[in-house]
Ligand binder design. Sequence first.
Ligand code: FES
Ligand code: FES
Length: 215
Amino acid sequence: MNDEDNKENESGSGISRRDFLKVSGISLGVPLVMGHRVIKVAGADVKLYGPGKTPITLEINGKRYPSEVEPRATLLDTMRNQLDITGAKRVCDRGTCGACTVIMDGHPVYSCSVLAIEAQGKQITTVEGLAQHDSLHPIQQAFIDNDGQQCGFCTPGFVVACKAFLDKNRNPTPEEVKKGLGGNLCRCGTYIGVRAAVLQAAKAHGAVKGGGQHG
Ligand code: FES
Ligand code: FES
């Protein structure tokens, strides 16, 4: 790499401005395969999606959902607008409020900040995946028992965040609960009820471990 390339690669991304310009110039001439082009950047294969729709399959609450999305579509918008899975709510749409929280491969994520194409191959759980038939998940029941909601708009995100939190910490202290749910905001201020709900659900011990099976 010459001095010019070094200077261009100061961002540390591994891709210089020259690489990017080369990619931009050639990408339209490379055939589409399964909705993406494979190009070489700095010697490595890179998948290039878009600008049109790309076929994807998402795995949500144990079901497979084939769909077609533009590469810029978020997981949240794809679930809500195309798959009719509307439990996760769109509030800030910028990763600050937690209303859109889902569990992806065991970790809570803001689905407004994950691209749908990135979510392929991951196991996604939304609030719809917690109850079994007519039986609420113990966390959902605990929210009801402890008045953990007012308008309820933040509640699906909170319930899912609680599930992810309790899966990792089955016997939390009140202080740990407060910190563990720090990524979710409630404009109605129902934090006391929410925290009490988490402690009640924690007492239901093993009943809150695992996904979708009241486990
Ligand atoms: S809508 Fe995703 S964090 Fe607020
Ligand atoms: S219950 Fe209204 S925003 Fe939380």
